[in-house]
Design a protein. Structure first.
Lengths: 188, 267
């Protein structure tokens, strides 16, 4: 029944087409040709189901995964950058600390060495002083001895001279008196 | 500037069309012929299962969507290729739309809405290829899309909220006396939704394509002056590219708005 009317309609359209070109132009909207609705609706439903399956099974999960992955990568990279920055800071601090330590150590070693050298010098000086004073005392003793022996010689020469003078003057030499006189004079 | 040139060209085309058309016996404008549904492999009868140009262009739409979203994202690049960028852009665009317009709990409907959007936008753009067939210019197609949205949203509303979903029509913030009137209006507007969705999409696409065809008919008739309609066609084509996207966008965002009603029917 429907097929019959459709065929009839088609025949009429064909006739109109043959009859006049102008008539064809105003033959109405194909959108309102209900005989094609079943066809369009069927293929539309097929298309929508296929698109839905493609999207929900493959495309959308994949794109979502890509976007998530990118977000994750960005977050990770930022975290890694933060980490590296902290590490660099740490390394700089360690370097500064090592530098300060080395400086302090050098200072300490310098002070120590100086003190050591000073001690050595002091000891050597003390030793030298000791030696010097010993030598000086020795020399002094020698000088005193020489002086004493010189004084004795003076006394002998003086008493000899005095006895010779007394003898020359015709006096009587009294050894005891001469010695006393010599001693008195030399003492003064 | 571009707009001005466009309107000037448009006016010239119309005027020249009026002036020159009667002199040319060859003037034959059939703007609606491009919408004819015909069997692909001959035969005058179009049964529901017959492969037609509708089938061809819908399958081309499937192919385009597959190439863009599946092959485009096949590399899974952290730094996206051009096709992958477009795929990600489409994904982000619709996902954000669903989330912003219909709410966070609407995200589970995202694949369905993405299906709608991708089909409409791809079919619209494929329809802009010269000599192609535009599936979304048919009320049968847009009507089914609209009815799917309408039924899905109504069912969702009743499943989630039961009889409370009817509160959508009962404007509790209005004075009591006005409420029955408002309820009637609300019910009518609710049932007009699928009609407007259907007519808006098919009407826009059909009108644009018909106008292009009319201009093309002028070009055939004008002889030496045919550059004018061709220029107008170029300008109008740019507008149609815009319309192709905007109508897909409008259909999708209205679906999201209606979905929000179904998820949160309180007024």
């Amino acid at each position: 029944m429907a097929t019959n009317t459709h065929d009839a309609g088609h025949g009429a359209a064909d006739a109109a087409h043959g009859a006049a070109d102008a008539a064809h132009g105003s033959s109405g909207m194909p959108q309102l040709d209900f005989s094609t609705y079943g066809n369009q609706i069927f293929w539309l439903l097929v298309t929508l189901v296929v698109i839905y399956l493609i999207l929900s099974r493959v495309a959308l999960p994949r794109i979502a995964a890509i976007l998530n992955e990118r977000q994750g990568t960005i977050t990770n990279d930022l975290a890694a950058a933060e980490d590296l920055k902290a590490k660099a800071q740490e390394a700089e601090n360690a370097y500064n600390k090592a530098l300060a330590d080395a400086r302090a150590e050098a200072q300490r070693i310098a002070v120590e060495t100086r003190a050591e050298i000073q001690a050595g010098v002091d000891e050597a000086i003390a030793k030298a002083d000791l030696e010097i004073s010993a030598k000086a005392a020795e020399s002094e003793a020698a000088i005193a001895e020489i002086r004493a022996s010189a004084l004795d010689s003076v006394k002998i020469v003086a008493s000899d001279t005095a006895s010779a003078l007394i003898a020359a003057l015709g006096g009587k030499d009294d050894a005891k008196t001469i010695a006393a006189a010599v001693a008195e004079r030399t003492e003064g | 500037m571009g707009k001005l040139v466009f309107y000037v060209a448009l006016a010239l085309v119309v005027v020249s069309g009026v002036l020159f058309a009667p002199e040319h016996a060859g003037l034959a404008i059939h703007p609606m012929d491009q919408f004819t549904v015909e069997a692909l492999f001959g035969g005058a009868h179009v049964a529901w299962y017959t492969p037609t140009n509708v089938t061809l262009w819908m399958f081309l739409a499937i192919g385009a969507i597959f190439v863009l979203l599946v092959l485009g994202s096949a590399n899974r690049g952290i730094v996206p290729s051009r096709a992958q960028s477009v795929a990600e852009l489409a994904y982000g665009f619709i996902y954000k739309m669903v989330e912003d317009v219909a709410g966070k709990d609407a995200v589970k409907f995202f694949p369905y809405i993405m299906t709608l959007f991708m089909f409409i936008v791809t079919a619209n753009f494929l329809g802009l290829i010269p000599m192609s067939f535009t599936t979304t210019s048919h009320f049968a197609v847009t009507g089914v899309l609209a009815v799917i949205v309408f039924v899905a949203i109504t069912v969702t509303g009743f499943v989630l909220h039961g009889a409370k979903f009817l509160g959508l029509f009962w404007v509790s913030s209005a004075p009591l006396a006005l409420r029955p009137v408002l309820a009637l209006i609300e019910v009518i507007s609710y049932f007009v939704r699928p009609v407007s969705l259907c007519i808006r999409l098919a009407g826009n696409i059909m009108a644009g394509h018909a106008v292009l065809k009319v201009f093309a008919g002028f070009a055939g008739a004008l002889g030496f002056a045919s550059f004018l309609p061709i220029f107008a066609i170029s300008a109008f084509y740019a507008l149609e590219v815009l319309v192709a996207f905007i109508q897909a966008y409008v259909f999708t965002i209205l679906t999201c708005v209606y979905l929000k009603d179904a998820l949160h029917p309180s007024h």
